[in-house]
Design a protein around this ligand. Structure first.
Ligand SMILES: *Cc1c(COP(=O)(O)O)cnc(C)c1O
Length: 391
């Protein structure tokens, strides 16, 4: 077997696309320790600085004392505790939807939703830059699968208009997008997508992994930011491992949607429930997300400061008002060179290469967090300036 597998590994290495894991020896935060060395960290998704928050840790510990560690079973057997249930109710309230349902990961939530709703007689329309889990979900469903050009409403409309239900089988049409695109940081034009969905009798789903906590007055994400109710955005999915600083994911929507997922979403049914202590920690971080508006305000200040500074250096930014502030580099090898040069200056930033992003669009995926200070943003800018034009 190894002889068969080895050539693909060699090829990856030759293309500068080989991936290696860093071993982290500290909690997540503005600084992390790798290989005994401290780095300024600009590559995690802990956008509000909650992953290592004392109150979140305390909630986790208390719940572990009360409920133990393992949840023991799937939600449908006997793994669904009062803490999971309370979190679902709070998340429904937070997103302004009648119900919410926890999933063990965002990847599984996406597979679960799309596959519970569609089969091969249906249509699914996905933005070209959607997260891998959404693309995999669409492919797995067997539905007629189309990728439209990124944020291109005309391209989507042409495809919707062409998707005729020739056999009159009441084929379903599902439009699926990232609320905030994970490698570019820009938002989907959700109000316009909702209007198209209405016009073509399609359903709209947004994956708000990167918007939840960050966008909107209370941090309820893209739905709050664009003021979209359940009619306009009937399927709202978000993850808990990013701005919430914990782990897991949820889907919010109507009573009927959630009951459908409980009955038919296989990645919901056939997996162990997240530990109750994770649900308890998330209940605490939800409280902080809502109450501590200063985290979002501080983050927005940092984003402005970073963008102004980067522009002055002459770096190529993406149009993004979120935590995700990538720098376009181009060639994979060049992105690696930047990432290594920054690491040598004590700054950790991931080089994102194909196939995660399209060919020749390798980039440094810089992520900003409320855990950062203005001084740390300035250190980042200084380091970028010196790698950009070495003295
Ligand atoms: C991170 C992410 C996911 C996956 O969520 P996990 O909980 O990490 O499995 C799904 N969609 C998007 C857009 C993401 O960024």
């Amino acid at each position: 077997m190894d002889d068969v597998l080895q050539p693909a590994l060699d090829e990856r290495r030759a293309q500068n696309l080989y991936r290696e894991r860093k071993i982290i020896a500290s909690p997540q935060g503005a600084e992390v320790i790798v290989g005994g060395k401290k780095y300024l960290n600009f590559c995690n998704n802990d956008y509000l600085g909650l992953a290592n928050h004392p109150a979140v840790i305390a909630a986790f510990k208390n719940a572990a004392d009360e409920y133990g560690v393992g949840s023991g079973a799937s939600h449908l057997v006997c793994g669904h505790t009062a803490l999971h249930h309370a979190l679902e109710e709070k998340l429904a309230e937070f997103t302004g939807r009648p119900r919410a349902l926890l999933f063990s990961t965002g990847y599984m939530a996406n597979l679960g939703v799309v596959n519970a709703l569609l089969d091969k007689s249906d249509f699914v329309f996905e933005d070209k830059l959607n997260h891998a889990s959404l693309l995999d979900a669409g492919l797995l469903s067997g539905a007629r699968f189309q990728r439209f050009l990124h944020n291109d409403l005309d391209n989507l409309e042409t495809r919707l208009a062409r998707a005729v239900d020739a056999e009159n089988t009441h084929a379903r049409k599902l439009i699926v997008v990232d609320g905030v695109f994970s490698m570019d940081g820009d938002c989907a034009p959700l109000p316009e997508l909702a209007a198209l969905a209405k016009k073509y009798d399609a359903w709209l789903m947004a994956d708000d992994a990167h918007g939840i906590g960050v966008l909107g007055e209370r941090g309820a994400g893209c739905a709050e930011f664009f003021n979209l109710d359940q009619q306009q955005l009937p399927i709202l999915m978000a993850t808990l491992g990013k701005a919430f600083g914990t782990f897991g994911a949820f889907v919010a929507g109507s009573e009927v949607l959630i009951e459908t997922l409980i009955q038919f979403a296989r990645p919901y049914i056939y997996t162990t429930a997240m530990p109750a202590a994770v649900a308890a920690a998330t209940l605490k971080s939800l409280e902080l997300v809502i109450a501590e508006n200063w985290r979002r305000e501080h983050l927005q200040q940092l984003i402005k400061r970073f963008r102004n500074g980067a522009e002055q250096i002459g770096l190529q930014l993406f149009s993004s008002n979120t935590s995700i502030q990538p720098l376009l580099i181009g060639a994979a090898a060049e992105a690696m060179r930047w990432s290594d040069a920054l690491a040598a200056r004590g700054i950790l930033i991931g080089a994102i290469r194909p196939p995660t992003v399209p060919a020749n669009t390798a980039r440094l995926r810089i992520t900003l967090s409320a855990a950062h200070s203005e001084t740390q943003i300035d250190l980042l800018l200084d380091a970028l300036a010196s790698v950009h034009s070495p003295r």
